[in-house]
Design a binder for this molecule. Structure first.
Ligand SMILES: [Zn+2]
Length: 454
């Protein structure tokens, strides 16, 4: 065996497997030709095995012709594509080239799938049939299987694109693809550690290049699991990448939609540029509904106070009783359209916002408006009396919704279960309205369950 064969032999490729290869010949270094690398890999999988390469086409003038249109996926894939016994799928954007006994079955009908990388594509079929993936000198962000996972979960940030291709009948066809990947994925760098910790990556070397070998099925399952827990896991964490900010906005919009309730923002005062403020909300996936507390048709009562008749101005007035009274209410007083509830105020009055009010009280089904606000939330009242001093020490501090009102998560989840069709008013504290609103929205989204399996 020569050096290259020995290195390939040590990678852990199973004879007879279908091996999907993502490669950079440049990373392998001088002295290794694409042909020799392909031959070495062919020998490793053996006569019973199948080799696959992505032969995607970046841009396209005219239409895709599997026999003619070059690949933009590096020189090894391009050499492989042009070999006489190579088959290539007809997908206009994400065609796959393959050699070996399983080639036909894996590639068939790719141009008719819903998404380029999702269900029933060569990528998914390869993973489900026990195949292996080899990355040669490239990082996990080239692993198409990530997009397979995104497509299987139908993540809202995937695109719709069009492509034209030459059909088997010689006619040029247009296909509209949903679930198309595209744009940045800054979070993928962290996936290597996650997969490595699960023992799913086997490292090796070819020439100067580092290689990673994965079992495609378990790797796909792991990525689906990661993206189910956090649909934004593949995206940049910060707010500096325009692609990822847009994508996260789409995820959040879907989460809010899955909540079924309306979301509105309550500001201390109207922003100086309402149009720009509305744009910002939309960009971050929040419907552009915002107002000030004084503008809302709400009558607030002190404890023990009898509700007055609401103003007769044609608006749907909402009644907000003191939390202790709310627990005992059995019907909405005449003239009102519903009841408002502020869990933070209940906590400050010494009640447990979920167990003490929503769970025990009959008011549960009468509440139409929830006011979710930041605050220390009466730690002394319901959580631990030994922490009561915090109320005095930090009367105006803002803490995360989920921390200050641990029970708010219960409330959101309980209301979600019974399809709460009311409104969540997110009460923005004083300060820069833009920054404070975004912070509050982010905390609210953190309370929501992931939206991928609805
Ligand atoms: Zn990004």
């Amino acid at each position: 065996m020569n050096g290259l064969e020995e290195q390939i032999d040590a990678l852990g490729i199973r004879p007879g497997t279908a091996l999907f290869v993502h490669s950079s010949l440049k990373a392998v270094g001088h002295g290794v030709r694409a042909e020799a690398l392909i031959e070495g890999l062919r020998a490793a999988v053996g006569a019973e095995g199948t080799l696959l390469f992505p032969t995607f086409t970046d841009r396209q003038e005219g239409y895709f012709d599997p026999a003619q249109t070059p690949s933009t996926m590096g020189v090894v894939a391009e050499v492989f594509r042009q070999m006489p016994n190579t088959l290539r799928s007809r997908h206009p954007r994400h065609p796959v080239a393959a050699q070996g006994p399983a080639a036909q079955a894996l590639l068939k009908g790719h141009e008719e799938t819903v998404g380029p990388c999702g269900a029933d594509t060569p990528f998914e079929r390869h993973a489900r049939s026990g195949g292996q993936v080899l990355l040669i000198g490239v990082d996990l962000d080239t692993l198409t299987l990530l997009h397979t996972a995104e497509a299987l979960l139908d993540l809202p940030y995937l695109n719709q694109i069009e492509g034209r291709y030459l059909g088997t009948d010689g006619l040029i066809r247009t296909s509209t693809m949903r679930q198309a990947p595209g744009g940045h994925r800054g979070g993928v760098r962290g996936f290597e550690k996650l997969l490595k910790n699960r023992g799913l990556i086997r490292y090796g070397r070819i020439g100067r290049a580092r290689t990673m070998l994965l079992d495609a099925g378990p790797a796909l399952d792991a990525v689906v699991e990661i993206l189910t827990a956090d649909p934004a896991a593949a995206l940049c964490r910060g707010e500096c990448c325009p692609d990822c900010v847009d994508f996260k906005g789409k995820i959040r919009a879907q989460q809010l939609a899955s909540l079924g309730a309306e979301i509105a923002v309550v500001l201390p005062q109207m922003p100086d540029d309402p149009e720009m403020f509305a744009e910002m909300l939309a960009r971050f996936g929040c419907p552009a509904r915002f107002t000030t507390i004084d503008a809302l048709p709400i009558v607030r009562l002190a404890e023990g106070e009898t509700p007055p008749a609401p103003p007769e101005d044609g608006q749907d007035w909402i009644l907000q009783p003191a939390p202790a009274d709310l627990v005992c209410i059995e019907t909405v007083p005449e003239g009102y359209a519903g009841l408002a509830y502020a869990p933070l105020e209940a906590a400050r009055a010494g009640l447990q916002p979920f167990y003490g009010v929503l769970y025990k009280g009959r008011c549960r089904d009468l509440i139409t408006d929830i006011f979710a606000a930041d605050g220390i939330a009466g730690l002394g009242g319901f959580s631990a009396s030994s922490l009561g001093y915090l109320d005095d020490l930090l009367p105006d501090s803002n803490v995360a919704l989920g921390e200050g009102q641990a029970q708010l998560r219960e409330i959101v989840s309980a209301l979600r279960m019974r399809s709460f069709a009311g409104r969540y008013h997110l009460v923005v504290p004083d300060g820069n309205p833009y920054a404070e609103t975004l912070r509050l929205l982010r905390e609210f989204w953190n309370l929501l369950p992931p939206s991928t399996h609805n």
